[in-house]
Design a protein around this ligand. Structure first.
Ligand code: FSO
Ligand code: SF4
Length: 548
């Protein structure tokens, strides 16, 4: 195996024996094979689109397959084998339709489609020859992977939007064209760089689409205090990012005596008006994804994963028989709740019955956290914010969006937040917030010093806010605003957020705790020289740099 798609990759280079995330070599190789076949399917789908036809089934297959290969989403070998089999079925359909339309040369243009052996042994063998290292040139490989990871991020957000009935063909078309481009040996580094930047602008589009899907379905997030203590009822803990899954679960648990709590990236669901009406939506339990191995022990009830980040339980974990997955998430041995059919709700009755037999959660903390500062809510406070900037009460904003991670050096972000002067405000989104959202950082004239816009995709809100401020202050360049970017990344959704920011012209982003291993020295140089991207240093050095 060879995988270097996330920040925690082994020795900052690549996982070669087993993933630091817990992914086995077998699953890693099957993921490579699935990626390879999805490129082949995309090749056919692009040809079909040129003929003016769209196959929604293909768009769904590719979006879902990409999401399944994101870090910490799916560790279940059998699910990948099934997906690989599906790739062949989808492929046959496309080939047949293309033949009907008179396209007969599409079959031989991409070698992935010539491979037909499907026994598990043959799959395993084939997988070994189609991974990341099959691209020899280090810079081309780096650009291909950067593009691929951006596309995986696009897929994740596109899937959440599609689950709410919001889709854009242009986004699917780009995902597939991008995958095909990663197989094209004739593309130069410059052409691939162009596609990486285009991927960023598609990132803005997909986040805008998801924002529209979320806000038109559930209302605009509003300032909300979220309980972090517990009640006395049995309960279900829901993790991941999918708000449609949460809606189905809240509707089905209503009146059953079972409460629902959020974990990690599901916390921002509390900020939406549509979910506030559920009196059994009890609060948020715990912290960022990587703390789950302790926090699930004390939750006592069943846990539902709608997406990443899932951590394989330790061998002595007491909660392994209480975890369920759905959507892109999966883990061998955890029951998987089937997808919705024809838009009907998923059936969560098995989890609800399980919860009824469990003890109420054990309290691990008490109090409240505040959030809900997405674009509409911040616009409502715009006068206050603008006055505070004009009067000097707010000297600078720090965008500290992105991900949290389990490595000790992530303490940097807590210390950075603690040491920021009192006239600064943190704008956050994503699970990165858990490094400082429970610190007593106070407020500036009623404006909290940590403004949480929501999930990682709600980084879009932070961009909308920045563009609004640029307009209010009549600036020509978004980089002239008193905003610094100190972003923590972990997996591929953070890659699309970063590419989206770059496509909007945001410069001098600091990315930690380490720069991606998949950036070759030359590609890293392009990013540094063109966009001023930098890593992080010590907290004191960086504070001096940012505030200097
Ligand atoms: Fe975090 Fe995981 Fe949301 Fe990621 S829970 S790390 S960037 O999946 O997507 O922020
Ligand atoms: Fe390693 Fe990250 Fe890949 Fe897991 S996702 S195998 S930790 S690089």
């Amino acid at each position: 195996m060879y995988c270097y798609q996330c920040q925690e990759t082994a020795a900052g280079k690549g996982c070669t024996v087993k993933g630091v995330c817990g992914k086995t070599e077998e699953v890693a190789n099957l993921q490579d094979l699935l990626m390879y076949l999805m490129k082949g399917v995309s090749h056919l789908s692009v040809r079909l689109r040129k003929k003016g036809e769209e196959m929604p089934e293909v768009n769904k297959f590719i979006t879902d397959g990409l999401f399944m290969t994101i870090t910490n989403a799916n560790f279940d070998k059998q699910r990948f084998v099934k997906k690989i089999e599906e790739a062949f079925r989808v492929c046959e359909k496309l080939k047949n339709r293309l033949a009907e339309l008179g396209v007969t040369d599409a079959l031989c243009n991409f070698k992935g489609l010539d491979w037909k052996d499907r026994t598990p042994e043959e799959m395993e063998e084939k997988a070994k020859s189609v991974g990341i290292l099959s691209t020899q040139n280090e810079d081309i490989r780096s650009l291909r992977e950067l593009l691929t990871y951006g596309i995986k991020g696009l897929a994740a957000y596109a899937e959440h939007a599609a689950n709410l009935g919001f889709e854009e063909t242009e986004i699917y078309a780009f995902m597939q064209e991008g995958l095909v481009a990663t197989t094209n040996d004739h593309l130069s580094a410059d052409e691939l760089t162009g596609l990486v930047l285009k991927c960023g602008s598609m990132g803005v589009k997909v986040m805008a689409l998801l924002d529209k899907a979320n806000t038109s379905t559930f209302g605009n997030p509003e300032i909300t205090k979220v309980n972090i203590g517990v009640r006395n009822n049995p309960a279900i803990l829901i993790s991941g990012h999918d708000l449609r899954d949460l809606q189905d679960l809240l509707e089905q648990t209503e009146g059953t005596g079972v409460d629902v709590y959020t974990h990690s990236e599901m916390l921002p669901a509390h900020y939406y008006p549509a979910f506030k009406k559920f009196s059994h939506f009890a609060g948020n339990y715990g912290n960022a994804w990587w703390k789950q191995t302790e926090e699930f022990e004390t939750f006592n009830g069943p846990i539902l994963f709608t997406t990443n980040c899932l951590v394989p339980p330790r061998s002595n974990a007491t909660y392994s028989d209480r975890v369920y997955t759905t959507g892109s998430a999966g883990f061998a041995g955890f029951p998987h709740i089937a997808n919705r059919v024809n838009g009907n709700p998923k059936d969560f009755s098995q989890i609800i019955e399980h919860a009824k037999k469990c003890k109420a959660p054990t309290e691990i903390e008490k109090g409240e956290i505040i959030g809900g500062f997405a674009h509409a809510q911040v616009f409502a406070l715009a006068d206050k914010v603008v006055d505070a900037v004009k009067s000097g009460a707010i000297r600078k904003f720090f965008v500290m969006a992105g991900c949290d991670g389990r490595m000790k050096n992530r303490e940097y972000y807590t210390q950075f937040a603690e040491k920021l002067p009192n006239d600064t405000v943190i704008l956050t989104a994503g699970c990165a917030k858990y490094r400082y959202n429970k610190l007593p950082l106070g407020d500036i004239g009623g404006i909290p010093r940590v403004l949480d816009a929501g999930q990682c995709n709600d980084s879009y809100s932070l961009v909308v806010i920045a563009l609004k401020l640029k307009e209010i202050f009549q600036l020509n360049d978004v980089n002239d605003l008193p905003i610094a970017y100190n972003i923590g990344w972990y997996e591929q959704k953070a890659v699309i957020v970063l590419l989206a920011l770059l496509s909007l012209g945001v410069k001098n982003i600091h990315l930690g705790t380490t720069l991606p291993a998949f950036l070759s020295p030359n590609v890293a140089k392009i990013l540094v020289e063109t966009f001023g991207i930098a890593g992080i240093g010590t907290v004191d050095e960086d504070l001096k740099l940012f505030l200097g």
